[in-house]
Design a protein around this ligand. Sequence first.
Ligand code: MN
Length: 261
Amino acid sequence: MDRRSLFETTATLSLGALAGCAMPGVAQPNAKTPFVVPATLIPIVGSEQSFPVRRIYCIGRNYAAHAREMGSDPSREPPFFFQKPTDAIQNVAPGTVADHPYPTLTKNYHYEVELVAALHLGGRNIPTASALDHVYGYALGLDMTRRDLQRALGDEKKPWEIGKSFDRSAPIGPLHRASQTGPFTQGAIWLKVNGQTKQSADLKQMIWSVAEQISKLSQAFELMPGDIIYSGTPENVGPVVRGDVIDCHIDGLPNLGIKIV
Ligand code: MN
């Protein structure tokens, strides 16, 4: 960092401190910046508004059969979480098949179909009983994974960041408000590749429910409005190659489609 950028960073932080920021390092909307970073937004069905994304949390191994296929014991150990960068979101409109680029560096690119919960209320140490009050809405999402890199890095006890948290690794459909859909505690979840069923399960087979995920996650992080949670994938994850079309479904949500290009 050169002197000029150091000065600008310091100036921005000082302005934020003077303005009484709620979070250290978060500049106020009226702060002067040398360029603009676009916000990540997810369309909300039946609304003119969009949902602004703050953080993307993902839960690992939340279906017993998937935990086994990943080589771990599916007994009810505490859930574990990782994050994707906010701009990993790829919005996909219902009724379309969006082009999704095959990423660099991998030769084993996997799909994981998942229910996503989006929060409009935050908090710490949120009780399970009231956790769903924090959910604004739900969407259908894909946790796309460079499986070869995830596995190799894990074997070497290195962070699996580039296996999971790369550009456009989080395709997602529009948000449906929980006030209209109710909670997603059961219902079919499936994924097809080129019309052939690959993943097929029921949301009630989750080891940790969405309410429990929110409660557990809020013990590790202060949750905030705009946080979204990918709730884990069922068994039978697998690879796709260029030209493949993925179609996925959760009862009560429109299907999500992407084509690997
Ligand atoms: Mn996943």
